[in-house]
Design a binder for this molecule. Structure first.
Ligand code: NAD
Length: 373
């Protein structure tokens, strides 16, 4: 009942975006029918699809809808058809505007290894089996946005390139709070990542995280780690981590590194969260990590699991429904254990299936899991 009036905006986008979103629709319908979990659903255009219709990758109307909704589910944008467009109207600009106007400052990237896919990692299965870590990356500050920036030509004709790492205490604290809250709901361990040994802004980050911990989150264990060591530890012994929080640059690199521990791009979800309002509601956008995969678009080959686990993240983080999220994740795990694979995660001896067959199998498995629960 609680979710009756929750509003979702679906933005399938381009390429395989609409194909994987169609499978989310199937799961949404299942929850509606079996669990009376009815969302009010709006659907909009983004990326090249929006450009073709409206001459812009995101209309003001769709942007307003995104701001009004409780959560946005985003597929993927881009493709060769739009590669030659001016930068200001490129499909990717639609996503950048959503992130900017919704002020999505915390990017959550889980790296979870589904048991049946432990062999697909480039690391030994015993290192990654059961892996479940969450990387929280600051998304709107740091060196990608800091001033001064640019390249200048010096009097001697050589050039000088500058980017600036800048964080304020409120910026550190707001992403820190998201990470501490997550750790509280998980195993209660947070690693804060910086280079306090060589960067003043890194030392400030460390001090601010420690102060926030001591003031508000002393029930969570906080560890500080240098970014270079964190990269090494991630591939040496990733299971030592629960939640990691880092600035934009280190978070970018570490989340990609952690992602590859899990095997395939087609399996990786993400969430981007904004500030909480007085009612606790946050702007939130959920999307698979992968792009629009033009090389396989329209062929029914796309793996819908990253999109489906993005939906599960939405249930967990926007609507506080861990049980329902768990149902989806367990159904996926069981279907993989049963041997179904899309092409990207194909292994010898398994059955190669289409996007639709994978989606249908996961919904059929939802019935089994729900009955057993
Ligand atoms: P991509 O993620 O689209 O594809 C990389 C490779 O992984 C391709 O071989 C693709 O077939 C495969 N792949 C990706 N997702 C898959 C899935 N769900 N199932 C099976 N295989 C999958 O990255 P790219 O090729 O670098 O970019 C293609 C287009 O997507 C570009 O226009 C790029 O700008 C855009 N892009 C968009 C986003 C986004 O919308 N968030 C992210 C990355 C790239």
């Amino acid at each position: 009942m609680m979710a009756r009036n929750k509003k979702l905006l679906l933005l399938p986008g381009d390429g395989i975006g609409p194909e994987v979103m169609a499978e989310v629709r199937r799961v949404i319908d299942w929850f509606d029918k079996e669990r009376a979990l009815g969302f009010d659903i709006e659907e909009g255009l983004v990326g090249g699809a929006s450009y073709d219709q409206h001459g812009t990758p995101l209309t003001d109307g769709t942007m307003d809808l995104a701001l009004e909704c409780d959560a946005v589910l985003f597929g993927a944008v881009g493709g060769p058809k739009w590669d030659d467009l001016d930068f200001s109207v490129k499909p990717e600009r639609g996503l950048l505007r959503l992130r900017k106007d919704m002020d999505l400052f915390a990017n959550l990237r889980p790296a979870v290894v589904f048991g049946p896919l432990a062999e697909a990692s480039t690391l030994k299965p015993e290192i990654v089996r059961g892996l479940d870590i969450m990387i929280v990356r600051e998304l709107t500050g740091g060196i990608y946005f800091g001033e001064p920036r640019g390249v200048e030509t010096l009097p001697d004709g050589t050039r000088r390139g500058v980017n600036t790492e800048v964080y304020t205490t409120p910026e550190v604290e707001r992403v820190g709070r998201v990470a501490f809250e997550l750790a509280k709901k998980r195993r209660g361990l947070l690693h804060s990542i910086e280079k306090a040994n060589v960067m003043e802004s890194g030392l400030m980050w460390r001090e601010d995280m420690q102060a926030l911990h001591d003031r508000e989150f002393s029930d969570v264990e906080l560890q500080h780690m240098y970014a270079d060591n964190a990269a090494m530890q991630l591939v040496r012994d990733p299971q030592q981590f629960d939640v990691m929080v880092a600035g934009n640059l280190f978070g970018d690199i570490l989340s990609d590194c952690a992602a590859m521990l899990t095997g395939s791009l087609g399996m990786l979800p993400s969430a981007s969260l904004g500030a909480a309002d007085e009612t606790g509601r946050r702007q939130a956008l959920y999307e698979p990590v992968h792009g629009s995969a033009p090389d396989i678009a329209g062929e029914g080959k796309a793996n819908p699991i990253a999109m489906l686990t993005s939906y599960a993240m939405m249930l967990r983080y926007s609507f506080d429904m861990p049980e329902e999220a768990g149902l989806v994740e367990t159904a996926i795990d069981n279907v993989l254990a049963g041997g179904l694979r899309t092409g990207d995660i194909m292994q010898t001896g398994k059955a190669r299936v289409s996007t639709k067959v994978m989606g249908e199998a996961i919904v059929a498995e939802l019935n089994q899991v729900a009955e057993a629960a």
